[in-house]
Design a protein around this ligand. Structure first.
Ligand SMILES: [Zn+2]
Ligand SMILES: [Zn+2]
Length: 344
C-alpha cells in the first residue's frame, strides 16, 4: 500500500510503498477513505510523543470501510462503514471496566503506538470495543474528524466541562478542536468568547456561533479582556491550542469557581498560576478523546443537524500533498480542518 512515512523526527515525510497491514486476532484492517490532519500529528512528527518508533506512519482521525477481519472478531464484516476514537481501548482493564475507555491502561493509538491512517489501509485493535458505525448519511470526510478533534471537543465541553446554557465559555485557539468546541458550546446555549491570532479562524468561529471574537495579537492582556467581556470571567475555559501562553490565558480568564479544560497537547508542562487556582477555587481538568460507547449521543446531535462537523472541513488533499501539509501545520495551521483522501 501507499503511505506517508517519516524516518527522522522533523524531517520531511515521503509517500512510498510499504507492506499492507494484517489484522490482529481481535482487530480489523480498515481501508482509509478519509483521515484528518491534526496538530497532534505534527507533534508526533516533531518527536514530542515518546510512543513513536521510527520509521513511522502518522494519522489518527479516520473513517473508512472494514477490509479484513481478525480471526476472533464476531460482529464485523468487510464493507462496514466505521470510524474509531483515536484512543483505542483494550476493553478489559479496570478503567475500561469503569467505562473510562478514553484513559484505558492498555490503550493503543493509530498514528502513535503503531502505524496510522496516512495510508491506504490501517490496522485497528479490539474491534468489538472501538469501532463506531458511520451512518450512511454521514460522509467519510465528516466522520474522520469525529475520531479526534470533534469528539475530543464534545467530551471537553459537555462531559468534562459540564457546560450549561447561559454560561460564558472561552475557547483559546480556534483550530479544528477549538472551532468544534465553539460550535458545541454555542449549540449548548453558552455564550462563547473565541480567541485566536488568525482573522480567518475567528471569522469561522463567528460563523459557528461565537458571541465575541478576540484577536490575541491585538490585546495586551487576553485574560483581562476575557474577564471584561464576560462580566468577571468565563465559567468554563478551554486551552484548545496547547501552549504555555494559551494555558495561562485560559486559567487567568476564569471567574471564581470556574473550570479550565486542557485539550491541546503541550510539548512541555506549562507554569500554571496555582495561587489563582486556590484563591478562586478553580477546577483544572484534562480531556483525552472520547470512548466509542459515548459516540451515539454525539452522532444523534449530528444527525439532527444541531451540530455540523461537516462545516469544519475547509480543505481536502491527496496523500501526495500530506507531507508538505504536515510540515506547514507547525508554522501557520490553516483555518478549519484539512482532510486527506488516500484513494483520491
Ligand atoms: Zn488529533
Ligand atoms: Zn482498557
Amino acid at each position: 500500500m501507499r503511505a506517508v512515512v517519516f524516518e527522522k523526527f522533523g524531517e520531511r515525510a515521503e509517500v512510498r510503498e510499504v507492506p499492507d497491514p494484517a489484522p490482529a486476532p481481535h482487530g480489523v484492517v480498515v481501508r482509509v477513505e478519509a483521515t484528518g490532519l491534526c496538530r497532534s500529528d505534527w507533534h508526533g512528527w516533531m518527536g514530542h510523543d515518546p510512543d513513536i518508533r521510527l520509521p513511522h506512519v502518522p494519522g489518527h482521525e479516520l473513517a473508512g470501510v472494514v477490509e479484513a477481519v481478525g480471526a476472533d472478531v464476531q460482529d464485523r464484516r468487510p464493507g462496514d462503514r466505521v470510524t474509531v476514537p483515536f484512543v483505542c481501548a483494550c476493553g478489559t482493564c479496570a478503567s475500561c471496566a469503569a467505562g473510562d475507555h478514553q484513559v484505558c491502561e492498555r490503550q493503543t493509538q493509530p498514528g502513535f503506538t503503531h502505524w496510522g491512517s496516512f495510508a491506504e489501509y490501517v490496522a485497528l485493535d479490539h474491534a468489538a470495543v472501538n469501532l463506531v458505525d458511520v451512518p450512511d448519511e454521514l460522509s467519510f470526510a465528516t466522520a474522520a474528524g469525529l475520531g479526534c478533534r470533534f469528539a475530543t471537543a464534545f467530551r471537553a465541553v459537555v462531559a468534562q466541562g459540564r457546560v450549561a446554557a447561559g454560561e460564558w465559555v472561552a475557547v483559546h485557539g480556534c483550530g479544528g478542536v477549538g472551532l468544534s468546541a465553539v460550535m458545541i458550546a454555542a449549540a449548548s446555549g453558552a455564550r462563547v468568547v473565541a480567541v485566536d491570532v488568525s482573522p480567518a479562524a475567528l471569522d469561522l468561529a463567528r460563523t459557528f456561533g461565537a458571541a465575541h471574537c478576540l484577536n490575541a495579537s491585538e490585546v495586551p492582556d487576553v485574560a483581562a479582556a476575557v474577564r471584561e467581556l464576560t462580566g468577571g470571567g468565563a465559567h468554563l475555559s478551554l486551552d484548545a491550542l496547547g501552549s504555555p501562553v494559551t494555558c495561562a490565558a485560559s486559567v487567568g480568564g476564569l471567574r471564581r469557581r470556574g473550570r479550565h479544560v486542557q485539550v491541546g497537547l503541550l510539548p512541555q508542562d506549562p507554569v500554571v498560576p496555582m495561587g489563582r487556582v486556590i484563591g478562586l477555587e478553580l477546577e483544572l481538568l484534562g480531556s483525552h478523546g472520547m470512548a466509542a460507547h459515548a459516540y451515539p449521543r454525539m452522532l444523534e446531535t449530528v444527525r439532527a443537524g444541531v451540530l455540523r462537523p461537516d462545516l469544519l472541513v475547509t480543505s481536502t488533499i491527496t496523500l501526495d500533498a500530506a507531507p508538505a501539509a504536515l510540515d506547514a501545520m507547525g508554522a501557520a495551521p490553516g483555518a478549519g480542518v484539512t482532510i486527506i483522501e488516500p484513494w483520491a
